[in-house]
Design a protein around this ligand. Sequence first.
Ligand code: FUM
Length: 572
Amino acid sequence: MQKKKYDVLIIGSGGAGLSSAITAAQNNMSVAVISKVHPLKSHTVAAQGGINASLGNISSDDWRWHAHDTIKAGRGIADEDSVRYMCQSAPNIIKKLEKIGVEFDKLENGKINQKIYGGQSTNFGDGDLAHRACFSKDRTGYNIMHKLYKKAMSLGVKFYNYYFALDLLIENENCYGTLCWDIDKGKILPIFANNIIIATGGYSQIYATATSAATCTGDGNGLANRAGISLQDMEFVQFHPTAISRIGVLITEAARSAGAKLLNRDGDQFMLSYSPQFKELATRDVVARAIATEIMMGRGCGDNKEYVLLDLTHLSAKYIQDHLPTIFENCQSFLKIDPSNKMIPIAPAAHYTMGGIPTNFNCQVVKNSKIIKGLYAIGEAACTSVHGAGRLGCNSLLDILSFSEKVIESIQKSSPNYMEFNLAGVEKLLNRWQGVFGKHDGSIDLLKLKSNLQTIMSQNVGIFRSEKQLLKAFELVSDIEKSLKKYKVTDSALEWNIELQNYIELCNMLPSAKATISAALWRKESRGAHWRFDYPLSNDSDFLCHSLCSTNHTVNKNDVRKISPFHCDKKA
Ligand code: FUM
């Protein structure tokens, strides 16, 4: 038995990757992070809104109320042990962030300010809306990431920036490293570790308009798929209600928290009829569907009736610049408007993927009901599952930070994962990838193929779905998969070869897209972010469960982990 190069190797350098690296280093583990981008270009920097914690700084709050709201937003299929852990650990997470220098907006009494976001309530849904989201203007993710990166650097975490993970190294259900492409040097090489954490983020780039960075291509799902691991709850893709129409740039929910209204072409504040109680601050699935319905019914604005308007004009330019600077800048840069005097054209865009690599409560990756020793997944790449069928706004930063602690605790509690490397296995994978790399004389333009995939997904597997559309999407995506075999790479260099990067990303996006379609076909009901025209009601007797999509696209039921005393409140 041999100890490998690192105690912990983390794939992905977003908030989940950096935070787990810090915790590992603080526990005297040798730790390395590999990432296809520089850590400060990871998508977490784009998180605008905030991070939930039941601090009760403005009105009383309780982690149990937060857990209730999380389970309610997840429409009954969030695993309750994960929810309990996450909500209970939130106040402590905020303290730790402050300790490393994250500056949250403060109240006059010096306590952290907290905003109301959609779906947040008090007293198990019977009280007022909860002030629960802690924030740094509308740049919360950006501020957190800079402090996390600085802390990780100070602890001597080894960063392999611009390394793209190609395959997991697994032998006898035991993970011992990853094979990766050093994008800068143009080499393929293995990195060995006793424990590997997948923290590669989500896959919402399978859609044509998404709020996510172009890098969110489901790379973790690709790694898992190539290792024969099924994917869980892939049908649940959250569409953020308010993104700039056509381009998908996020307009944070903080705008609606500050009183912004949604108006259709007749000037009606339509949320009054879709959710009279919560209006613009109903849960995201409700608001996104309402907007999509208005557009579908021909009540959208513009020549093509393709957007509705977000009205922030009750606020002064100075207020928006001071409190929501990202909104102001994005409106100026992308629309050339001042949002204090002109309304913002918005439409829903793919935002967050609740599904991913199945793990147990301890973040251990599960394959065919068995744990893969030494392999863990956290954050948006994972389906732990803390969000169920719909994620509550401002729970994603909390998810990555709380489970990055859990995963290290779990590694510490597990018996050491020392085993011989299978060098023959590494060589086989290496040879396979070497065959892929280099010049390829195929006829297929990879960017066009990617854009076709995104269009197919947006047109057929969006907010509203039906069997007919889903079957059509599966066929079209299968055609794309076939075309990918004839890919064209014109540049023979292995360093900074963007065509190759596109190819690998497409290889990762396709299993995510097919699993999303397959699980959406299987789930013959509507629940949370998954809405079927042909099955518009929830069906608890058959589908109060997770879906598990195997690599051959067979979908099966996976049980939800329930614990007392929280149960889903079925009220809309
Ligand atoms: O609207 C937002 O600021 C998004 C927040 C989130 O997805 O958690």
